[in-house]
Design a protein around this ligand. Structure first.
Ligand code: SAH
Length: 272
């Protein structure tokens, strides 16, 4: 039995309880050493075999997994963030399937969630954006033409861009060509949740300069969109004039001053 486990974005205590328990009882762990915090491996039992997949091919990873499986070992394949994003797990699962070896996935906190936490951001704000585009620039791994940054930028939805810190000049050009104004708020979040985390707020137009000034060359996410700065509408769900399955509306919409607005709060107090 093989467990694909999401390690979370970096902080040792941002793995799930289930993920940690799987590590605690593992006989063998193969971890993606380029990004997974090795501190997570402290909980592995003594004698646990540990391999860093950063130096291995898929063939070598599978050879180790299949050998350990024959030896009836408890095997954890530890991927950064959540394995469903840029995790290269499908090719491993397909081989396991072919070999008749059962596997399961234990999800993790993706770095795009870690970045939102670092920014104190909500990616989906009413009146601004209700969608998040998770994508990357084409690098050595191609991106289908239909999924160009330019085409996604046309939606003006929140974007979180992975694996592109080395291509920020081109990224800016693509975002602007797609329709984002160059002064659209953006952020570079380096090593979200690690002790060395950096959060750099900037604009779509000066991503490359900002990364340069802050010496950020890899392990970062680029967040783009007006959710980072600006006006938005309050939620319907928590509006006093909105009924839900659990709560009846308590007043009319026009009677509710905006609690977020200092001026209207002042007015309300004056009115009283
Ligand atoms: N499965 C992972 C992503 C793997 S791809 C996840 O869910 O997060 C690797 C890319 O993820 C990096 O190049 C970087 O863009 C991003 N990344 C991973 N960890 C990060 C972190 N802690 N902070 C910022 N970006 C991170």
């Amino acid at each position: 039995m093989i467990w694909f486990v999401g390690a979370g974005p970096g902080a040792e205590d941002l793995i799930t309880v289930r993920g940690k328990e799987l590590l605690q009882s593992a006989d063998m762990v193969i971890y993606a050493g380029s990004l997974v915090n090795p501190g997570l491996l402290k909980v592995c039992p003594e004698g646990c075999e540990i391999y860093n997949s950063a130096r291995m091919t898929l063939e070598e990873v599978m050879e180790q997994m299949l050998r350990a499986e024959r030896e009836n070992k408890r095997i954890v394949r530890l991927h950064t963030g959540d394995p469903c994003l840029y995790g290269a797990i499908k090719e491993q699962m397909d081989i396991l399937e072919r070999e008749g070896i059962p596997y399961e996935v234990c999800p993790g906190v993706s770095s795009f969630c870690g970045a939102a936490a670092a920014l104190g951001a909500e990616y989906t704000l009413p009146g601004i954006s209700q969608s998040v585009v998770i994508t990357r620039m084409a690098g050595r791994t191609p991106v289908p033409d239909k999924e160009s940054i330019r085409s996604f930028a046309a939606h003006q939805a929140t974007m979180v861009i992975f694996l592109s810190t080395g291509m920020l000049r081109e990224l800016s050009e693509e975002l602007i060509a797609g329709g984002y104004a160059s002064d659209t708020p953006a952020a570079i979040v380096y090593k979200a949740s690690w002790p060395e985390e950096k959060v750099c707020r900037c604009t779509v137009g000066n991503l490359a300069e900002t990364a340069q000034e802050n010496q950020i060359h890899k392990t970062a996410l680029i967040v783009v969109g007006r959710i980072l700065d600006g006006e938005y509408q309050r939620s319907e769900l928590y509006h006093p004039a909105f009924s839900t399955e659990f709560r009846e509306a308590s007043c009319r919409r026009e009677d509710v001053p905006d609690i977020r607005d200092r001026e209207s709060k002042g007015k309300e107090q004056q009115d009283v």
